[in-house]
Each structure stands twice: as C-alpha cells, then as structure tokens.
Design a binder for this molecule. Structure first.
Ligand SMILES: NC(=O)c1ccc[n+]([C@@H]2O[C@H](COP(=O)([O-])OP(=O)(O)OC[C@H]3O[C@@H](n4cnc5c(N)ncnc54)[C@H](O)[C@@H]3O)[C@@H](O)[C@H]2O)c1
Length: 255
C-alpha cells in the first residue's frame, strides 16, 4: 500500500541522527518536505544532504528544541514549505539510569526539558496550524520507559510517561478538529542515544537492579524499523488511529 504523505511539510525533531534521520529519509522518499530540526548543525545538514541525494526535499533548522524561539523558527520553516500536516517529536536524551534518590537536579531538569517540555512547546505551537490546514498528525517518540518502570532511570522514565500523557490528552482534545496524536514506544534501538550522557557517570548500582529487565529484551531494532511505524502514523492511511500507545520493541514489553 502506498502511503499518502506528499504535498505537505512535516517537522522531525532530532533528525540529525538515529530514528529521526531514518524517519526524515522515509518521509522525503514519500514526497513530504521535511523540516530537519536538530541541536547539532553538521548532522542536521548531513541529513538534508542525504535526503537531497535520494531526490527528496528537506530544510535544516538548528537549535535547542526546548527553546521557544527555536520552536518558532522550526514552525516558520514548516509553514514556508507547507501546508504543515505532521510533527514528529523525536529528539530525546537519556539519563544515568539512577533511581530518584540518586538523581541529580541537572539530569532531572534536562530530561524533563528536552523529552517532555519540548514536545509540549511544539504541540502548543503546531496544533492551531494543523487545525487550520484541515487536520494533521503528531507522532511522539516515547519509549518502553514510558510504560514500564525498569527500562531507564527515574528522570527518563518520568519524562517518557509524561509524553504518553501529553499524547493521550492531545488526541482526545483535538480529535473532532482533525488532529491526531499517537505515541510510539521503541525498545532498544541501534542509535547514538547513549552519546547524550557521560557513560562514566552511569549509576552502576541501579544497572545491577535493572539488569534482568534489560536482559529480557528480545533484540535491538534498526532506526528504519522505528521510522516505518512513525511514517505510517503520519500518513493519511492511518486516519482512524488516534491516541494509540504502540510498542515497537520486538515483543519486549509483552513478556
Ligand atoms: N535508541 C534507543 O534505544 C531508544 C529507545 C527508546 C526510545 N528512544 C527515543 O527515540 C528518540 C530518538 O533517539 P535516538 O535513539 O534516535 O537517539 P540519537 O541520539 O541517535 O538522536 C537524537 C537526536 O536528537 C538531537 N537532540 C538532542 N537534544 C536536542 C535538543 N535539545 N534540541 C534539538 N535536538 C536535540 C541529537 O542531537 C540527536 O541528533 C528519543 O526520544 C529517545 O528517547 C530511543
């Protein structure tokens, strides 16, 4: 089945790497103009080049997505290449796997700001435009840690549970106005996510406790396997899928 994604712009945050880059490439191949938003300039430009090399269209916007001014620039680029019909809140950072008693303020603040506040800012800024454009789709990239307690530390787990809540509220609140919101919950994926933290600071005591849950993971997914679900949720063909919390973890959470 060919997916309908052409004649529209779609924002993908964190599209300089991993799941976001794979999503940008698949969306552009299906005809969307992709707004590649990332903190890191060179990787963002590289994604745009990869899209262009494959015959697609994309625009890079560089900056911290938890900064409302950056969100404004991202949205302006999407409007310029619009109509804006889709948003992927994908950029995210890990924590140090620590429990609440061992979590420092900076880790807590960063996880909540990037993983939760940024998707809220982007949702607030784009819902009115999606409504104006006759509807649209928001896909939040949550995590297995958005549904279970032993997949990460307290900060990341709390930030991803909040994303699931934001998704459900947005889905129900704006359903009659044509805006859909769904959340994908990846398990382990082969990306650079561990580069978002200082590996030397990982809480080994917490890992010793969480270890058995991690060991029960089936396998790591590829970024393309994650992108395939995200792309479907953005396409017109998923028009009745709204408020869904969808595991994409090879069966890990089913155990
Ligand atoms: N890799 C996994 O195992 C895994 C598992 C579950 C969920 N996830 C989620 O998938 C999403 C994508 O992660 P990934 O695995 O592709 O990681 P990644 O590190 O490969 O890519 C994340 C991208 O987000 C960007 N980014 C980080 N903070 C940003 C900010 N403040 N502003 C703008 N851009 C920023 C980074 O520069 C990077 O390019 C994240 O939300 C992550 O929590 C990943």
């Amino acid at each position: 089945m060919a997916l309908t994604l052409d004649q529209r712009s779609i924002i993908v945050t964190g599209a300089g790497s991993g799941i976001g880059r794979a999503t940008a490439l698949q969306l552009a191949a299906a005809g969307a103009h992709v707004i590649v938003a990332d903190l890191a300039e060179a990787p963002a430009n590289e994604t745009v080049q990869l899209v262009a090399d494959a015959g697609g269209a994309a625009t890079a916007v560089v900056g911290d997505i938890s900064d409302p001014e950056v969100v404004e620039r991202i949205v302006a680029a999407a409007v310029e290449h619009g109509p804006l019909k889709g948003v992927v809140n994908n950029a995210g950072v890990m924590d140090l796997f620590a429990g609440a008693a061992e979590t420092d303020d900076a880790t807590w603040e960063r996880c909540l700001r990037v993983n939760t506040t940024a998707p809220f800012l982007m949702t607030r800024a784009t819902v009115p435009l999606l409504i104006e454009n006759g509807g649209g789709s928001i896909v939040n990239v949550g995590s297995a840690a958005g549904a279970r307690g032993a997949a990460a530390g307290a900060a990341y787990t709390a930030s991803k549970h909040a994303v699931t809540g934001l998704t459900k509220n947005t889905a129900y609140r704006y359903a009659k106005e044509g805006v859909r919101a769904n959340v994908a919950l990846p398990g382990g994926v082969e990306t650079n996510i561990m580069g978002s933290i200082d590996g030397a600071k990982i809480d080994q005591g917490a890992l010793a406790v969480l270890g058995p849950v991690h060991a029960s993971a089936i396998r790591n997914a590829t970024p393309d396997e994650q992108a395939a679900l995200i792309v479907f949720l953005l396409a017109d063909e998923s028009s009745n899928v709204n408020g869904a919390v969808i595991a994409n973890d090879g069966g890990w959470a089913a155990g």
